[in-house]
Design a protein around this ligand. Structure first.
Ligand SMILES: [Zn+2]
Ligand SMILES: [Zn+2]
Length: 140
């Protein structure tokens, strides 16, 4: 996915989100990487680049970006919240050993029929757990 400040500004305006250098930087960082970073990982990368940024700022920024619909939380079993800037439906593979999260191009074939008695489906996400290629090779 490509990051465009212009698009970010336009969309932020639509969503009533104030554009700040921190918000641009955090969003740009999430968009540019595919590893679904946590707030801590984003902070580690950004602290050298953005003056005066703190972990608290990163947390707050992520929360505003999430509310405005720029990023999503990746459903994981671990307590750490990871973020994704890719908004269209896709699945995730999570390595149980190194915690890596990789996108997989599957969506759940859940029919509304199936969940008729539960409620109306708005969104489904598929999460697979396993051991990634790198970790598997390490073992061998
Ligand atoms: Zn792994
Ligand atoms: Zn993803």
């Amino acid at each position: 996915m490509e990051f465009s400040v212009k698009k970010f500004r336009e969309r932020a305006k639509e969503m009533g989100l104030k554009v700040t250098p921190q918000r641009i930087a955090v969003y740009r960082e999430i968009v540019s990487r595919k590893d679904h970073p946590s707030a801590e990982e984003l902070y580690e990368t950004l602290k050298g680049k953005i003056e005066g940024i703190s972990l608290t700022t990163v947390y707050r920024t992520l929360s505003s970006l999430e509310k405005a619909g720029f990023v999503k939380r990746v459903p994981t079993l671990k307590d750490k919240v990871r973020y994704d800037a890719r908004l269209e439906p896709h699945g995730h593979f999570i390595c149980k050993k190194c915690g890596k999260i990789v996108d997989i191009e599957v969506t759940l074939p859940v029919s509304s029929e199936l969940l008729r008695d539960v409620g109306e489906i708005k969104e489904c996400s598929l999460v697979c757990y396993g051991i990634c290629k790198e970790c598997r090779n390490e073992k061998a």
